[in-house]
Design a protein around this ligand. Structure first.
Ligand SMILES: C[S@@+](CC[C@H](N)C(=O)[O-])C[C@H]1O[C@@H](n2cnc3c(N)ncnc32)[C@H](O)[C@@H]1O
Length: 295
């Protein structure tokens, strides 16, 4: 833990960032994502990326029913860049006076290990699961599956398979709770940072670290990790809610909630690639497995 950090949440995040940096070179090697997982919690500590925290109220409320349905509700976090979503699930459990059994799934071991350590510091445990969510083909019986932006990490050709895997994960009546950035009509099949956006984002990370000496983040390291992350990021834009409702309906998930919200962000347009703390429009979606689907 880093001394002098502004508050306990930031200290936790910095501890996660230090662990992610340590683990990533080896642990991300099989999936080639050290540029991502070594950087994400650090960029989050600097307020530069769009994390599930932006949708805390939505996720907490959406989890409410799942958390009260069983003595030990089973919640899956599907795709976790770090412990951001885990925190929201654990806090929602505390609000409802229950300790859910939380599983964290990611195709890379680094964020899963970060979540394990994060939970241990809170005297909790999680079930760790390293694997590709798209490949899940057995019933898993979760009461809820939470993801933040997973759909736009999956190419459109694979999205229906993803939705089918989510149906397998849920018990009948269990719900998929997610947020999806909506790109608007003119987006292509993929979206990356332009070279100018990479430059502006990296420079912004250096300034952000310089502006918060209490966080103890080296400004040059912040700049280079931000550069590596921005150069690597690719998303598969989702243009509108029609695509979302189509995919859900075709997989047999029943739409329960779909709200569209625009959220402001501190990054200006020049530094704002996908996944950044920018002004963006999101669908907040809850879709549930019907009694004829899932386990
Ligand atoms: C779904 S997003 C979640 C990011 C989000 N901003 C957060 O804070 O949790 C990114 C995570 O999903 C993981 N991921 C992407 N595709 C995946 C897949 N097919 N199966 C499992 N994990 C996947 C990535 O390794 C990454 O850690």
């Amino acid at each position: 833990m880093i001394e002098g950090a502004a508050g306990p949440r930031e200290a936790e995040l910095l501890a996660d960032a230090a662990l992610a940096r340590e683990l990533a070179p080896e642990s991300c090697a099989p999936t080639g994502c050290a540029w991502y997982h070594s950087a994400w919690p650090l960029l989050r500590a600097l307020g530069l990326v769009a994390s599930p925290e932006r949708h805390r109220g939505f996720f907490s409320a959406g989890l409410g029913e799942a958390l009260t349905v069983a003595d030990e509700p089973r919640i899956l976090v599907a795709g976790a860049a770090d412990a951001g979503m885990l925190d929201i699930v654990m806090d929602a459990g505390a609000t409802h006076g229950v300790t859910p059994r939380v599983t964290v799934l990611d195709r890379c071991a680094t964020p899963v290990q970060v979540c394990e350590a994060h939970a241990q510091r809170a005297r909790a445990t999680i079930d760790a699961w390293v694997g590709d969510v798209v490949d899940v083909d057995a019933h898993r019986g979760f009461d809820a599956v939470c993801t933040h932006g997973l759909l736009s990490q999956i190419p459109s050709a694979k999205r229906l398979r993803l939705a089918g895997a989510l149906v397998q994960m849920l018990r009948p009546g269990g719900c998929f709770i997610t947020t999806i950035a909506l790109s608007g009509g003119d987006a292509g099949e993929t979206r990356r940072f332009s070279p100018e956006e990479v430059q502006a984002f990296a420079a912004g990370a250096k300034r952000a670290a310089d502006a918060r000496p209490d966080l103890g983040i080296d400004a040059n390291e912040a700049e280079s990790r931000a550069r590596g992350w921005a150069e690597g990021v690719v998303s598969f834009p989702i243009r509108d809610t029609q695509h979302v409702t189509d995919v859900l309906a075709r997989s047999g998930l029943q739409l329960s909630t779909l709200d569209v919200r625009t959220i402001a962000g501190q990054l200006d347009g020049r530094a704002a690639g996908p996944w950044t703390a920018r002004l963006a429009t999101y669908a907040e979606v809850i879709a549930c497995a019907t009694s004829g689907s899932g386990a």
